[in-house]
Design a protein around this ligand. Structure first.
Ligand code: CNA
Length: 238
């Protein structure tokens, strides 16, 4: 393992256009559970499966039930960035990391001071009235009773991409552009099972693809360096 971390450090040292592509595993060490680990949300018991609750149809038909789950499980306001978020922000300041592409919706990369962040699945920090489009803070939504409502009476919806909903095309375009230009691509803390986000890895053209994840992923055999360990352990050595 030490050898692999040394190789990873060397790759960072010799690269100046690094793109990081991450998922829920980046934030577990901040205390936010992921979906698919053994203690992730998909392995806990709810009235409905989480993947059903987090779908567009469920939101429209069972808005109250959606918000019970959402407020309990998706409130990232009380969490702080961990060593991985912080190191990435430092590497961006040094001019090495050019983009952080994330499937996370928790806003922790920005809280760590990363500037160029592409949020493929949106953010709990932005919320809009479905009727008049007025925007609301996460505090307003998470502290509301029942279904959060706008002053116009409309229902407020978080700006997160639910299952059955499409991704923002301009964010995809910018992410692909960043990945195509990357000399080093770091893929981390993601099971790489959620499409179309995971397909973005295929746009990388270089020969320095590093994959860091506790569990195996379907892309392991594509990577030039695979580290199966916790991100905190790896990034504290960077
Ligand atoms: P996932 O499918 O739950 O996979 C997470 C992966 O991370 C697993 O393969 C784990 O082995 C790995 N992992 C967990 N903790 C660590 C760690 N400390 N170090 C290294 N590896 C670790 O999550 P994906 O991101 O792949 O799936 C995409 C979904 C999850 C997106 O739509 C997200 O919006 C959604 N999600 C986001 C958050 C968040 O914003 N923090 C939390 C939970 C789910």
């Amino acid at each position: 393992m030490e050898d692999k971390i040394l190789t990873f450090k060397q790759l960072i040292k010799e690269s100046n256009n690094i793109v990081f592509f991450g998922g829920a595993g980046v934030s577990t060490e901040s205390g936010i559970p992921d979906f698919r680990s053994k203690d992730g949300l998909y392995n806990q018991k709810y009235k409905y499966p989480p993947e059903e609750i987090l779908s567009h149809t469920f939101f429209m038909n069972n808005t109250e039930e959606f918000y019970i789950f959402y407020k309990e499980k998706m409130n990232s306001l009380k969490y702080e960035p961990n060593i991985t978020h912080k190191k990435l922000a430092e590497l961006e300041k040094e001019g090495k990391v050019k983009a952080v592409i994330t499937q996370n919706i928790d806003g922790l990369h920005q809280k760590a001071d990363s500037k160029n962040v592409y949020e493929l699945h949106g953010s709990v920090l932005r919320n809009y009235c479905m009727k008049c489009n007025k925007s609301y803070s996460a505090e307003y939504v998470f502290n509301s009773k029942g279904i959060p409502k706008c002053e116009c009476g409309g229902i407020i919806k978080p700006d997160v991409v639910l299952y059955e909903e499409g991704l923002d095309e301009s964010i995809i375009r910018d992410s692909i552009q960043a990945i195509k230009q990357a000399d080093l691509m770091i893929v981390a803390g993601t099971s790489l099972t959620v499409y179309p986000a995971s397909g973005l890895v295929n746009y990388y053209r270089g020969n320095k693809l590093v994959l860091i994840n506790r569990d195996e992923t379907p892309f392991d055999n594509m990577a030039n360096l695979v580290i199966h360990d916790s991100l905190g352990k790896v990034f504290e050595k960077i």
